[in-house]
Design a protein around this ligand. Sequence first.
Ligand code: HSE
Length: 427
Amino acid sequence: MRTLGIGLLGLGNVGSGLVKLLEDNAEAIAARLGARLEVRRIAVREVDKPRMVEVDRSLVTTDVEAVLADPAVQIVVELVGGEVAAREFVLGAIERGKHVVTANKALLAAHGDEIFNAAERRGVDIFYEASVCGGVPLIRALRDGLASDKIDEFIGIVNGTSNYILTRMADEQRPFDEILADAQAQGYAEADPGLDVDGWDAAHKLCVLCSLCFGARVPVTEMLVDGLREIAPIDFDYARRIGCVLKPLVIGRDHASDIEARVHVAMIPERWLLATVSGVFNGVYVSSQALGPSLYYGRGAGMMPTAVAVVSDVIEVARDILSAASSGLPLRLRIRDWRERPVRPRGELVSRFYLRFRVRDRPGVLAELDGVLAREGIAVREVSREVGETVILTTQAAREQAMQRAFEGFARIDAVLERPRLIRMMD
Ligand code: HSE
């Protein structure tokens, strides 16, 4: 039986999971693939660092170039993360005619065009199943399962760390920082957890999803991106009272004229299936014209779930290599064109809003808040005076730009003690 060689860049959480899966399930993989997969070189930053798996020390090097240039390596798996070095490594691998598997959504969001073009020119594959929703085979479902369909909209929970934090804040009323530390200890969070909690990791994934679903290149700089640092226990209480839960969402919509792309926490009705996607789990609801609604659910982060997705890509590349070897046909390319499509400006996006104020308790303050909103054409739906200095207002649907102007108005009211907190609502 033929053996194909893997060069691994990075031996952290996911790299260790890959080594473990290839060892534990070697026979089953060989039976399914008709070939063996072997890790032949591993590039790391520090050779002597303790690892989660045992590997042959002679395979480990700090010299990435040695891995890329090794003729025994046919498939390079990039798991170093980040954008700058990863770009160089991936382009270096492509240049040497290696197929590439990556889990790096930040890299694809920032340099996808360049990388896919380079791969196309060189006739090698780029696979990236683990870049969105970890172990859930979402990329394959979108690329292959829905290849004949037209996707109009998707709404997803694609950042496990944010979902884990919001779920535990809702269940346990524990502070944000403590729960984030747990997520880091369990290997869910990015090396820079700001990427998770400020929405950028989800934005990178949204970029990948927009390209797959709409054939559109949506730069993260053009998306509405908002994180979850300002969510407080009282927001969960209010959501519960109105039959909602708080979820960290990505939303993509193809409006034909333009693309809507946003990342933010939203209050969603608890009867939605997405409302039951809890903890580190991810879920993506997709609406397409022929199939209708479909939902993809599973573990979106963590060592073994992400490794499952990476190895699935390695197996697919290996199949391509084997089929090309047997048929003499060129390797198939599965590269989707990223077209320039207009992105709906952030200010034009429409939502209902939940606003939490801290106000000095004096007569007329509610009328002043309502007055500011009314001047921007925003209608109040409900008003709730909470204990202490807190007032909560929910609004009817309004544009982001109108709400932004209303915030300037709130800042001019002396009874408003701090910048109000805002959560978007969906129903
Ligand atoms: N930090 C990411 C998450 C890892 O929490 O979803 C998986 O991409």
